[in-house]
Design a protein around this ligand. Structure first.
Ligand code: PEP
Ligand code: MN
Length: 357
């Protein structure tokens, strides 16, 4: 259920409603809204009648939330969740581009790629310091030294940073050095990690699991929201199917579906979604066209030497071209995108992609 407080409701009235919900053995969650205060009621097992809450002073209305994911549902919140980090807004009018290598490999590698993507208009720099790899013999990431490199990148370039946490310890470290905590596809249902991330005061980007339904994905987000962390971003990165022409099947129909049922911002990752660099640009374009709030792509200045996911990394030239193309597409879908830094001319027309490709 959702208790919508009247305008204006006093802080005492709001607290009284919360106390009454808890006194009856249920949980109360304040939900930020644009113009009103709402309190989500969970774990009530039918013990609280709508009328009991409706009668409390200051309450405007009590509405049932029919979806299994309560706090992530559109029913719980008026308007969309908009997340502000430094000068970057996620979930607003602007399409945000997150770019960078799969893994942080060295200070030089990280800084070279960061400068390139920043010039082209990326606002958020990605790079894993903890890599969940299929094989224990593959590069596992630099760990904390990698996060320190990300902190240096932010200091030098001003880019907002995102990096993956694989357990509770790395979650605390990512929160210390970076702006956004990424929870990867393989950890989408690591409930201890989700709860922990919910208690950390940093935005969290939750990737869709390899075989997760939308309901499972949004219920995973619910674990984070339930702890009082409302800064959750969803990321579609492809699911397992019988397709052999791509690493995963990027499920772009999820974008309008999730936007319809949830208020959370949604990013599309065509790098992991396709696994092949020549397919990344066309699907990044499609992600923006279908309504994503952002795109996450892997970029490497020497993809053939990358320690992970080199086959799906765009070169800086390809990334320039992509930014130029996205600049055209946003106009058609009523969004905006940050252009290149003043004075920088995007390299384009190199034959690496092109709107017709
Ligand atoms: C990544 O972003 O580098 C990553 C490992 O992603 P995913 O969890 O989607 O595989
Ligand atoms: Mn990767």
């Amino acid at each position: 259920m959702l208790v919508v407080m009247g305008r204006p409701a006093t802080p005492e009235q709001i607290q009284h409603v919360i106390d009454e919900i808890r006194r009856r053995g249920a949980q109360a969650h304040s939900i930020p809204g644009d113009s009103r205060v709402a309190i989500g009621v969970t774990h009530h097992d039918g013990r609280i009648a709508k009328e009991q809450l409706q009668a409390l002073p200051g309450v405007s209305t009590v509405v049932p939330i029919t979806r299994p994911f309560k706090l992530a549902s559109r029913e719980a919140r008026q308007g969309r969740t908009v997340i502000q980090i430094d000068q970057v807004t996620i979930g607003g009018e602007e399409v945000v581009v997150m770019a960078g290598p799969c893994a942080i490999e060295s200070p030089e590698q990280a800084m070279t790629i960061a400068r390139a993507v920043r010039q082209a208009g990326a606002k958020i720099y990605r790079g894993g310091a903890y890599k969940p790899r299929t094989s224990p013999y593959s590069f596992q990431g630099l760990g904390e030294p990698g996060l320190k490199i990300l902190a240096d990148v932010k200091r030098e370039t001003g880019l907002v940073t995102i990096s993956e946490a694989v357990d509770e310890r790395s979650c605390d470290l990512v929160a210390r050095y970076c702006d956004i905590i990424q929870i990867g596809a393989r950890n989408m249902q690591n409930f201890a990690l989700l709860t922990h991330a919910g208690r950390v005061k940093r935005p969290v980007m939750l990737k869709r699991g390899l075989a997760a339904t939308i309901e499972e994905w949004l219920l995973a987000a619910e674990y984070i929201l339930m702890e009082g962390n409302h800064q959750v971003i969803l990321c579609e990165r492809g699911v397992r199917t019988f397709a052999q022409h791509t690493r995963n099947t990027l499920d772009l129909s999820v974008v309008p579906t999730v936007r319809w049922i949830s208020h959370l911002p949604l990013v599309v990752d065509p790098s992991h979604g396709t696994g092949r660099r020549e397919k990344v640009t066309p699907l990044a374009r499609a992600g923006v066209a279908v309504g994503a709030d952002g795109i996450m792509v892997e970029v490497h200045h020497r993809p053939e030497e990358a320690l992970s996911d080199g086959e799906q990394a765009l070169t800086p030239e390809m990334f320039d071209q992509l930014m130029w193309e996205l600049g055209i597409i946003v106009q058609a879908v009523g969004r905006k995108i940050e252009g290149p830094v003043p004075g920088y001319r995007l390299r384009r027309g190199l034959g690496v992609s092109g709107l017709a490709a």
